[in-house]
Design a protein around this ligand. Structure first.
Ligand SMILES: [Fe+2]
Length: 383
């Protein structure tokens, strides 16, 4: 049992259920807000879900940004912040996945603190020195309507891409104030893409179980989340709506785990791949996870044993390691299986490995990463 733990309950009002997205106007009013900036990706802007939602927002003055890119963009967020500030925006609505939620947090940071986004980023000096700037000005509230399984709507952390790097941030006042999880919104996300984001959520739980920041609280939520992910990934026993509902709900729980236990080496590698090559975070997670787990197994096998029991039990399998379970699930679901499929070549690997050595996730990994050769070996196995 952990001797101590340290986490924040972030004061979010969370609702889950079919149709709850349509209560968005009431939730904006409940926060005393009238002028929301609304962020989403182009794909969401073209859905029936958004057009129905937009009709219900007519009572508000809104500023809509519908071209948020994967991994966000510092330049774009700084431009949106200038427009939102001139508009007098008093709240932010994030509709979609992790990149939209993270961009909403970045916008809230700039609207309250001013300056350049990089001024507020976390600074990490290997092997384990972390400097998080104190930023205490009141933040505009974020209302999140997540449509994927990233769990980003709940976390106080976020990452935004700039020049092949991902700037990372942490501020406890930036997690969403209101969260409306409506499984109907995820129906517009292709099932393969939703499953990829599920692999990201799965990774939050598995890294949470062996993170140096793990706790008995996060462990319990992680195991419940893993059960739901395994049910959502099982084809045959549930219809598609049932699978989607499980994956979205599991993703939400995985966000709690990430908030409390943080992430490790696996996410460090995925952040670098996303920042350097623009690869979808879920796709990078799907490919890297089995090999990052294998690297950590000798140090963390006992901590992963309860996860293996849950995953095998729900899916009726007898895999000998969580890494084997993840690999088999990705294969069965037709998800990306190699870095080559994501457009990454052997020549790209040394630079990814080198850059990973400067990532914050290394500080909480259960097995020491001795040098870029360790990372390179994981990347070569995943190629
Ligand atoms: Fe993640």
């Amino acid at each position: 049992m952990a001797a101590s733990f340290d986490y924040c309950l972030f004061g979010a009002h969370v609702r889950f259920g079919a149709g709850c997205a349509f209560d968005l106007p009431g939730e904006i009013r409940a926060l005393g807000c009238r002028r929301p900036a609304i962020l989403m990706q182009q794909r969401m802007a073209e859905t029936r879900g958004w057009s129905l939602l937009r009709d219900r927002l007519r009572e508000f003055e809104t500023l809509v940004f519908s071209a948020i890119p994967a991994h966000g963009s510092v330049e774009l967020i700084e431009s949106i912040a200038a427009q939102a500030s001139a508009f007098g925006c008093d709240s932010i609505v994030a509709i979609g996945g992790g990149s939209v939620s993270d961009s909403a947090k970045a916008l809230a940071m700039l609207l309250s603190e001013g300056g350049r986004l990089a001024d507020h980023a976390t600074r990490f000096t290997p092997p384990s020195t972390l400097e998080i700037p104190l930023r205490t000005r009141p933040k505009p509230p974020i209302i999140a309507l997540p449509a994927t399984a990233s769990g980003a709507e709940l976390t106080p952390s976020f990452g935004i891409r700039e020049d092949g790097h991902k700037l990372l941030f942490w501020n406890r006042n930036l997690s969403s104030r209101t969260v409306l999880i409506d499984p109907a919104l995820s129906r517009d996300v292709p099932l393969g893409l939703l499953r990829e984001t599920g692999m990201n959520g799965l990774a939050h739980c598995l890294e949470g179980l062996y993170s140096r920041n793990r706790s008995i609280v996060a462990d319990g939520i992680a195991l419940q989340s893993l059960r739901l992910f395994a049910e959502g990934f099982a084809d045959g026993s549930l219809d598609e709506d049932g699978q989607r509902e499980r994956i979205v709900l599991a993703g939400h729980l995985s966000g709690m785990v990430l908030s409390m236990a943080r992430s490790c080496l696996h996410h460090a590698i995925c952040h670098v791949i996303g920042a350097r090559h623009g690869v979808r975070h879920g796709a990078a997670n799907t490919v890297i996870l089995p090999f990052a787990l294998r690297f950590n197994e000798q140090a963390a096998g006992a901590l992963l044993a309860p996860a293996l029991a849950v995953l095998n039990q729900v899916s009726g399998t007898r895999h000998e390691s969580v890494a084997d379970w993840v690999k088999a699930a990705a294969l069965r679901l037709g998800l990306p299986a190699s870095l080559s499929e994501l457009g990454i070549t052997e020549a790209d690997l040394p630079a990814i490995a080198e850059q990973t050595m400067g990532e914050r996730g290394l500080a909480l990994n259960p097995r020491a990463v001795k040098g870029s050769q360790d990372v390179l070996s994981i990347l070569r196995q995943a190629l």
